[in-house]
Design a protein around this ligand. Sequence first.
Ligand code: HEM
Length: 137
Amino acid sequence: TLRLCPPAPLALPHCALRHTSISGIPVPVGSILVPNLLAAHRDPDTWDHPEDFLPERFLAPGAPSRALLPFGCGARSCPGEGLARAELFVFLGWILREFRLEPPAAGEGAPGLGGSGGTVLRPPPFRLRLLPCLPPA
Ligand code: HEM
């Protein structure tokens, strides 16, 4: 989910402190660069079937894990990454342990993977049924 729908689709603007280049393209000192994480995560040169949700791709040997940058990278990468990953693990694990997730009614599909643009990528509104999996204690 962090690959297909990075919550921060564009990282923060960065200023080049010296003349450099990216993939042979010159970047003069003072240039403002805005990394497009959403585009990087869907780059067909890096990812097979980039538009598909295939989490098992990260288990395969040689998976391009280093190209997964939902928290940016380098000196200005997200300082909240550890907290965010811990929260995602705890809340998602708890929800999936306690509930079975189903469409709200027969014939209604799963929520789409689209999102509204902006600083933060938000999912469109969706309805879901959460059915308790465990009998009450
Ligand atoms: C899933 C959750 C989160 C995602 C996907 C995320 C993603 C990002 C990204 C992409 C950047 C820009 C990195 C860059 O430009 O290279 C960033 C910056 C930042 N994030 Fe997060 N973040 C998340 C949660 C958090 C949390 C929980 C905190 C604080 C508790 C936090 C605090 C910050 C701060 C302070 C910056 C600016 C760092 C700087 O300017 O040097 N983030 N985040």
